[in-house]
Design a protein around this ligand. Structure first.
Ligand code: ZN
Length: 248
């Protein structure tokens, strides 16, 4: 592992570059840092394609005319074009990497809590099926470093309420693994939410095989090698999650 970048599993087996920068790569909010990251990874800076990231579930298909742009109101990107780095910027929210090895299609999602309850994961699987005719069972998915369930505590709030409503239909056991009350010394009750598991169950419902979903357990809040919005508040930097099909 190069210390400024954590590559994810399928990148070592297929001609695809995928991974996430660490704190030592600097704050990827800044174009200067993005340019530096691109240079270090040997990816074309001018073709880095992104979304505005508004915590919703819109996903854009990136075509030749879109290279280098930022799609408005978009939290997910999909492309079959090689040599086009898709990027999202995160600090606690899980980045989700999708890859179809046979058809060579990649996707990248920014799956914070709002996007998760808006079903961004299953939306991505559907779009891949509709636009490229690929089957969900052949998709490989990696859910990258994110704030873990223990650290992602909320008081009863729209967050806890939305997750309970969203995952009720998955049954009691799944629901309990995604959201559970967290014991506290104080009177106030808290709920813990597992964003990665939530997305994993949605992906499975959309037809992705459980053995094809990998969750990277690294917690961005606990591990100071990553930026964490919850830990560092407004001073938090952003990591850059990247996926790119390479020419084979
Ligand atoms: Zn944690």
């Amino acid at each position: 592992m190069r210390d400024f970048f954590l590559p994810i599993s399928f990148a070592s087996k297929f001609p695809v570059l995928a991974g996430i920068t660490t704190r030592s790569a600097g704050n990827a909010k800044f174009p200067k840092k993005r340019r530096e990251i691109a240079r270090r990874l040997n990816i074309p800076y001018s073709r880095i394609t992104t979304g505005e990231q508004v915590h919703k579930n819109s996903i854009a298909i990136v075509r030749e005319k879109d290279l280098g742009r930022e799609f408005p109101t978009t939290d997910g990107l999909i492309t079959d074009l090689p040599n086009v780095p898709l990027a999202i910027f995160v600090a606690d929210c899980p980045p989700i990497f999708l890859f179809h090895p046979q058809r060579k299609i990649v996707g990248l999602l920014h799956a914070g809590w709002r996007s998760t309850v808006a079903n961004i994961s299953s939306q991505a699987v559907e779009i891949m099926a509709e636009s490229f005719g690929v089957k969900a069972r052949n998709l490989l998915v990696v859910i990258g470093p994110h704030i873990c369930k223990e650290c992602y505590r909320v008081s009863w709030s729209p967050v806890a309420k939305s997750f309970t409503e969203c995952f009720e239909s998955f049954g009691r056991e799944v629901l309990a693994s995604i959201i559970s009350d967290s014991p506290q010394a104080s009177q106030e009750k808290f709920w813990s939410i597992d964003l990665a598991k939530a997305n994993s169950y949605q992906l499975q419902r959309a037809g992705v095989l459980p053995e094809n979903i990998e969750i990277i357990p690294t917690c961005t809040y606990d591990n100071k090698n990553f930026f964490s919005y919850r830990r560092d508040k407004t001073s938090a930097g952003r990591m850059m999650a990247i996926i790119q099909l390479n020419f084979s």
